[in-house]
Design a protein around this ligand. Sequence first.
Ligand code: TRP
Length: 76
Amino acid sequence: MDKEQAQSGEYFVVKAKDNGVHVIGLTRGQDTRFHHTEKLDKGEVMIAQFTDHTSAVKVRGKAIIWTKYGVVDTEE
Ligand code: TRP
């Protein structure tokens, strides 16, 4: 990621409400595939960015997600 992208990429926050929550990064571009899976245990927080490599994120499990569009609870 270059400096410009580092400054412009939106951040999101995921807080796990349970053990074994997965935060999965999907690739940007023609090919949409998983490139990274991060496993969070209860109470763990991940702060991450959308980057030149990551255009979408899938969250599996019980978690709270904060983005600039608001807060989402995966259980509601
Ligand atoms: N190397 C990845 C990237 O720069 C790291 C990453 C950023 C990531 N945001 C993510 C991994 C979201 C998983 C989910 O794009």
